[in-house]
Design a protein around this ligand. Structure first.
Ligand code: SAM
Length: 328
């Protein structure tokens, strides 16, 4: 049985040194098997916030599947190897599984109280999906911990994907003191709150059209005790005027349709311009993924800082992020 868990990736020659440092800071998980490949060691973490630990070696934070040590596996208990995400205390299966699997998950993971499965694709303007509960408590609301923040959310009422944790941490690490940052499609605040916590000297404007996402966003601002996030409920097309010439940095995390909102993003950038993190979905056929993504971004006065595959979206389709400096 394996799960995607946060970990530190470090070159083998520094592995032992970093392992000892994490262990003495109580940051190393001892219930998961440490992994190795030719060049790197992967050390599973109890907390992605590496507070209180001094590391001299170069490390990378990432997510990886680890084997759980010393316990019977779900496969042993149910004869099936399921693939699922964990959101708070809810396990969300990505496919149909026998009933024995749900009870094996509940049995093996005391932190999981609900086993559910995806009952539709992510759909509509609010980017939600239907969820069907198959075992445990009858609820779809939970509190998910990610990157040192807590997010309350209802899986059926808002968009949420735990596989984007590393991407959110990457974008947050680029935010700088003094910046005004607009999160155009903020959801329950996963980018906004992380940035606001990590760099309290920013002002973050978090916009979303889904009233449920806004309700959770407000609650999450309180949960995480951030004071530098302004919440705006509405269609970014309608509210963008209020933020004309405002932002140093803009996050456009609406991969299917972000390209339809480029005019609004530019309008909100400061007169000198700024940085845009633009997400798009592209397929792997024909022209390269990155070339397609860049073409969709299509800005005359932009220089692309980086273009990267963020995660799988569907067979042969990927979410790509373009980070770009845009002049205005
Ligand atoms: C893919 S989700 C991203 C949520 C969040 N950034 C995250 O990583 O969890 C896109 C969000 O955009 C919101 N949205 C869609 N169209 C919008 C619009 N025109 N104006 C404002 N928000 C919009 C949806 O309600 C949804 O919460």
């Amino acid at each position: 049985m394996s799960l995607e868990e946060p970990c530190v990736k470090v070159r083998k020659e520094h592995g032992e040194e970093v392992r000892l440092a994490l262990k003495s800071a109580n940051l190393l998980r001892t219930d998961l098997r440490i992994q190795r490949d030719d060049d790197f060691i992967y050390l599973p973490l109890t907390d992605e916030h590496l507070e209180g630990v001094e590391l001299n070696a170069e490390i990378e934070l990432c997510h990886r599947a680890f084997e759980i040590l010393g316990r019977r596996s779900i496969e042993e208990l149910s004869g099936f190897k399921p693939s699922y995400d964990v959101v708070g205390d809810i396990a969300v299966l990505s496919s149909e599984v026998p009933e024995t699997v749900a009870s094996a998950i509940l049995k093996l993971h005391r932190n999981i109280r609900v086993v559910a499965k995806r009952a539709s694709q992510v759909e509509g303007v609010f980017r939600r999906r239907r969820i069907e509960i198959i075992a445990g408590e009858q609820r779809t609301e939970t509190v998910h911990k990610e990157n040192g923040c807590r997010y309350k959310l209802d899986l059926e009422r808002v968009y949420f994907n735990p596989r984007l944790a590393t991407e959110r941490a990457r974008v947050a690490s680029m935010a700088e003191r003094g910046e005004v940052i607009i999160d155009m499609f903020a959801g329950v605040g996963t980018f906004s709150i992380l940035i606001a916590r990590r760099v309290p000297e920013t002002r973050v404007i978090a916009i979303d059209i889904n009233p449920d996402a806004i309700r959770y966003l407000r609650e999450n601002i309180r949960l995480n005790r951030v004071t530098n996030v302004t919440v705006i409920e509405g269609d970014v097309r309608e509210v963008c005027e209020e933020f004309t010439d405002t932002a140093d940095r803009i996050i456009m995390n609406l991969p299917m349709r972000a390209h339809e909102y480029i005019r609004e993003a530019i309008r909100m950038l400061k007169p000198g311009g700024g940085t845009i993190h633009f997400y798009t979905v592209e397929s792997e056929s024909g022209e390269s993924l990155m070339a397609k993504a860049k073409r969709k971004f299509m800005m005359r006065d932009a220089s692309v800082i980086s273009a990267r595959k963020v995660k799988d979206y569907a067979p042969y389709k990927y979410i790509v992020c373009i980070d770009a400096k845009v002049l205005k």
